[in-house]
Design a protein around this ligand. Structure first.
Ligand SMILES: [Zn+2]
Length: 317
């Protein structure tokens, strides 16, 4: 339905602390390794060999890339040795194990390879197949966490990676706190009033771009409370009948978008905080007409925000 959805990865969390089991996986012929360096992924430019899909609203699709999965031998041609502290066990898809490998410096041999380009997830995820986009997402999200948790938040001493990349432990023996990958929850909500939907736009968005209401969950808050607060803060709208819709990992850098629908109790809109430049109600007919005239740019096609709008356009509520 939307990007970064894939149900086929068995993360095998129980294997992560088992160094013998991980070593055995590393040595399997079918195992593949994805080099990651500073939030970028090693890719092949496959533009010549792959026909394009025509997503008119995705400018990134002019080029086609594939992730550069390496065999163990190929990885060893780029690094002196495979070190456990740089290895992240992503899991297996069917019977094939996948790791990412956090390069500590740009591998000269990889960079010299004319077919290799280093790309961020934003450039990639719209055009990769679901399985590949999902694995890239996990690899990038965990690398970001490693990059930003090099020191212990309790005592300030350096941390080191454990458990196949899913734990960082403080090197100060008097502290020894364990740190785990974090995910920031954000809510996103299609708010309706009778047959209209509430869309807003931020001042720095492209002209004619509108989307549904969204915001981060605050400490101590339930998801439903976050929806109600954001609706009130951003548009002065009181909502009820808040219902869960779906969720989408959003690793820019480490969010989880949790989607809802809700009904407004008042039609009057008041921009209370300054997050939105404009917010107003749109009827289905108006959305259809404006989209057709290209005077309304909805969120990009694989986002949960777009899915929320399309769900409303296609339903009777
Ligand atoms: Zn510490």
């Amino acid at each position: 339905m939307f990007a970064l959805q894939f149900d086929g990865l068995n993360r095998q969390g129980e294997l992560r602390p088992d160094s013998q089991a991980i070593e055995a996986l590393i040595n399997l012929a079918e195992t593949r390794f994805l080099p990651v360096f500073q939030q970028q992924l090693a890719c092949f430019n496959a533009t010549q060999s792959t026909e394009q899909t025509n997503h008119a609203d995705d400018a990134d699709n002019k080029k086609s890339y594939q992730l550069q999965w390496l065999t163990k031998q190929q990885l060893l041609s780029h690094v002196e040795k495979i070190e456990a502290k740089h290895l992240i066990y992503l899991g297996k898809v069917e019977q094939q194990p996948f790791f990412s490998y956090r390069l500590q410096s740009p591998s000269a041999s990889l960079i010299a390879n004319q077919n290799t380009e280093w790309l961020g997830l934003r450039q990639l995820f719209k055009q990769l197949e679901p399985q590949q986009a999902y694995l890239a997402n996990v690899a990038i999200a965990i690398e970001h966490w490693h990059n930003t948790h090099q020191h212990c938040g309790y005592c300030g001493q350096p941390t080191f990676a454990q458990d196949s990349g899913f734990v960082r432990t403080c090197s100060n023996k008097d502290c020894a706190k364990q740190h785990f990958p974090r995910t920031d929850a954000a809510v996103i909500c299609a708010i309706t009033y009778q047959d209209q939907i509430l869309l807003g736009r931020q001042a720095n968005w492209p002209e004619n771009r509108w989307s549904v209401i969204a915001g981060f969950v605050e400490p101590g808050e339930s998801l439903e409370q976050a929806v109600a607060r954001e609706a009130l803060e951003e548009a002065g709208v009181t909502v009820n009948n808040i219902k869960y819709f779906a969720s989408q990992p959003w690793p820019f850098p480490q969010s989880l978008m949790v989607g809802f629908t809700a009904e407004a109790q008042n039609e009057q809109i008041t921009l209370k905080d300054q997050e939105l430049e404009q917010a107003r109600w749109f009827s289905r007919e108006e959305v259809n007409n404006l989209v057709q005239q290209q005077k309304l740019l909805l969120p990009f096609r694989y986002s949960i925000s777009r899915a929320l709008v399309e769900n409303w356009r296609n339903s009777g509520y």
